[in-house]
Design a binder for this molecule. Structure first.
Ligand code: ATP
Length: 253
């Protein structure tokens, strides 16, 4: 049991990705134990999506390792995929399908037993509140519903780990609130990593923050630590502006 708790559920070690000579991420190392909700913060182009795509097996790293529940993505990708629910930026949605067709399609692709798939369908449809839109083409769904269908897809096989890339982008404040409630509920038995630009979001849901800037990890700690000696906005600014600290108002000329 103690060993089980110590196991890193999401882990990277010296992870780097180059696109030609461009360095997208460099030497990213972190280890996320079971039960944490981690916000992956960073400005545009920092390397969040690249890191998440590597963790979900969609992209191969140039150097270093990534693992889900102790399973190396490079060598045990399928086993790792069984433990992982991944919600990509903009959802994994096929516009010409209905949510029901889409969920069945993913369930079959994941080779879920028919009885188990039916049981899981019932659970995720209710958990993500998508009953009303099950038979509508995905192309006709609002942004909020598309996101809920994406989340239902990511949860279908009841993964232990959930990785979501900017899941609240484009949602209205009520939808964001709903989403946060859902995440807190899910975190009871899942390890969760969410990328976001929104500092308040990170503060509201996460018990740990990883901040990435220009492909490098520049902060790893709790939200309170990030707020020490200022606001979370101040610290974000100083860490993502080449280490320059914002002058205090009275020091400005
Ligand atoms: P955003 O918040 O804007 O989504 P991000 O933090 O998710 O950004 P990434 O999408 O991981 O950042 O991109 C990191 C860097 O790598 C960016 O400069 C991006 O332009 C570059 N990049 C991403 N994919 C490719 C690619 N296929 N070829 C070349 N460069 C790429």
């Amino acid at each position: 049991m103690a060993q089980e708790q110590a196991l890193a559920m999401i882990e990277t070690k010296d992870l780097s990705k180059y696109y030609g000579s461009f360095v997208a991420i460099k030497d990213i190392s972190f280890s996320i134990p079971r039960g944490q909700i981690v916000a992956f913060l960073g400005p545009n182009g920092a390397g969040k999506t690249t890191t998440m795509k590597i963790l979900s097996g969609f992209l191969a790293p140039s150097e270093g390792k990534a693992a889900i529940a102790g399973l190396d993505i490079a060598t045990r990708r399928l086993e790792a995929a069984r433990k992982l629910g991944y919600l990509p930026e903009n959802g994994p949605l096929y516009d010409n399908m209905t949510p029901l067709e889409l969920l069945k399609f993913f369930g079959e692709a994941r080779k879920l037993d028919k009885a188990y798939l039916n049981q899981r369908l019932e659970t995720v449809v209710s958990q993500c509140a998508i009953q009303e839109v099950l038979e509508k083409p995905v192309s006709k769904l609002s942004r909020g519903y598309r996101q809920r269908v994406g989340l239902a897809q990511a949860l279908l096989h009841d993964p232990e780990v959930l990785i979501m890339d900017e899941p609240t982008a484009g949602l209205d404040p009520n939808q964001i609130r709903e989403f946060r409630t859902n995440i807190v509920e899910l975190s009871r038995n899942k390890t969760i990593m969410i990328s976001t630009h929104i500092l308040q979001e990170a503060e509201a849901v996460a018990n740990r923050i990883l901040l990435i800037h220009e492909g490098r990890l520049v902060f790893d700690g709790g939200p309170d630590e990030l707020k020490q000696n200022g606001t979370i906005e101040d610290k974000f600014y100083s860490l993502t502006n080449y280490g320059r600290v914002m002058p205090k108002e009275e020091e400005q000329v």
